[in-house]
Ligand binder design. Structure first.
Ligand code: ADP
Length: 488
């Protein structure tokens, strides 16, 4: 698809290590698939732990200079990179849409979201400061200063192939850290195109390294990044299962870890809600990226008095959504990341129906291709169904009825997950109670889209550790050092 790009050179299939575009040391490649067309898209360097070690050395060497650059210098590079992303948003959007199946308009929107992170941290590092401490004794000055942690390992997912990269690389580089990135196996081209523009923006050799790899090598690369002492921090966005493995491995070198893991977001609609707004909020939150985001509502609770009306409006609205080839304009929904994801979710829907769930929409085989999942709405849900207790990464809504606020709060919090939660109500007191009592890192009240670079993103319980973005977004990439000066 090079011919479709204004800048065909943005398609890179080699890894990027120490400022050079390299084949895997083994010489091997692997094939990535366009899920919309169910066709091979590109052959990409299949890097392994050996290549990762070279990248870590490059990042460590580069750190010795990068850490001593001024914030102004780093800000200028991040701001140029931000501009380059925006200038090339159409090409980057197309690359992302082809390899991930994200609808093109959303993919272009994500490029702008990613650029916002570079811009935000390009500004933030200019005013990022430590603090003076009132001394407890005469003749002493006390202060706390911020210093970059060092080489940071980053393992990123396929559902936001550039956004998650920028959310990690932006604050890391702003703070003076260097990075070794392992992008998800399905979406390396987006990460490599992002790096290509970073190179043009003036990111020095070794400051950011990208190690693409096939799924088979994910665990050995993860282990290498976790156990190498020169890597001082590991940041991961992905499933809770993998996040726990990495956290455990990182204990061996006592690294700082940031974990942005799975969710099981409750979406609660009270009888006093603006029902059309709640329907719209659910459609926005649930069907974004065809239902494949970690903040997508996974359990929808509707109060008994509004249940029928809400269901009716939802079915009507969802049946209007258009599904098709992601990189062609005009579709609200694309395929899922691969046909395996469709098989997994189809089994979840079938199990629910066997156990008594009733489909109000969908639950049928999709004629568009093996990676497409038909938008599905189920009712008559019971809590033993997987659809009600497992994260379903796809366009499935499982509607549950509730009677009282107390009951729904208990049900919503009855999980080990705690990333996002949503509630729709016009009652101020109830809105306040929901924001305080829902066990989640992020709460949307009367709104379905909550992510923004200015806001702290992250989860509680087993949904994660640490926060990304916002004015505290650089904290996880720095150490706070206390300095006590005596004899004054
Ligand atoms: P998904 O199943 O949706 O791909 P994962 O959590 O498995 O979610 O994937 C997120 C990222 O984690 C990807 O970059 C993937 O390659 C990587 N990954 C998967 N397994 C491991 C592992 N054992 N160690 C390190 N990284 C892993």
């Amino acid at each position: 698809f090079k011919g479709l790009l204004r800048r065909p050179d943005l398609i890179q299939s080699q890894g990027y290590i120490g400022g050079r575009w390299l084949n895997a040391l083994s010489g091997k490649t692997y094939t990535i698939i366009d899920p919309s067309l169910d066709a091979p898209l590109a052959d990409v360097a299949a890097m392994t732990a050996d290549d990762t070690n070279v990248a870590i050395e490059a990042a460590d060497e580069a750190f010795q200079q990068w850490r001593n650059t001024t914030p102004n210098h780093r800000a200028a590079i991040l701001q140029k990179w931000d501009r380059l992303l925006r200038e090339n948003e159409a090409d980057l959007g197309l690359i992302m849409s082809k390899e991930s199946g994200k609808p093109i308009a959303e993919a272009i929107g994500e490029v702008s979201y990613a650029a916002d992170y570079l811009k935000f941290f390009g500004h933030e590092c200019l005013r990022y400061e430590g603090f003076m401490i009132p001394s407890h004794a005469h003749g002493r000055k006390m202060m706390a200063i911020r210093q970059p942690v060092g080489v940071c390992a980053m393992i990123t997912p396929w559902n936001f192939p550039i956004g998650m990269l920028a959310r990690k690389v932006g604050p890391a580089l702003a703070a003076g850290c260097t990075a070794v990135v392992k992008p998800a196996e399905s979406t390396p081209l987006s990460a490599l195109a992002f790096a290509k523009l970073g190179e043009e923006a003036g990111v020095p050799a070794g400051v950011m390294n990208i190690v693409p790899s096939a799924r088979e090598a994910a665990s050995e690369i993860g282990r290498t990044l976790s156990v190498t002492p020169t890597v001082r921090k590991l940041t991961f966005t992905g499933s809770t299962v993998v996040g726990k493995i990495l956290t455990e491995q990182c204990a061996s070198t006592l690294k700082k870890v940031s974990m942005e893991l799975g969710g099981l977001a409750p979406f609660i609609v009270f009888d006093d809600a603006d029902i059309p707004a709640a329907v719209e909020g659910l459609v926005q939150a649930k069907f974004r990226n065809t239902g494949q985001t970690c903040v997508c509502p996974n359990r929808v609770y509707v109060q008994a008095g509004s249940f029928d009306e809400f269901s009716k409006q939802l079915v009507k609205r969802v049946s209007e959504l258009k599904q098709g080839v992601a990189h062609q304009r005009g579709f609200d929904l694309g395929p899922l990341i691969n046909s395996g994801a469709v098989e997994k979710l189809t089994a979840v829907v079938e199990e629910a129906i066997e156990l008594g769930a009733k489909p109000l929409l969908g639950a049928t085989k999709n004629p568009l291709g093996p990676a497409y999942m038909t938008p599905t709405i189920l009712t008559n849900i019971s809590t033993n169904m997987r659809v009600a207790k497992e994260e379903c990464f796809g366009p499935i809504v499982a509607l549950q009825k509730f009677e009282t606020e107390e009951e729904v709060l208990k049900a919503a919090n009855n999980t080990e997950m705690g990333l996002a939660a949503y509630a729709f109500t016009q009652d101020l007191g109830r809105a306040w109670r929901m924001s305080e009592q829902l066990e989640a890192g992020m709460v949307g009240l009367n709104v379905g889209l909550i992510s923004a670079v200015q806001a702290p993103f992250g989860g509680i319980k087993q949904s994660g550790l640490g926060r990304e973005g916002s004015i505290i977004g650089m904290d996880d990439y720095t150490e706070l050092k206390y300095v006590c000066m005596g004899g004054l």
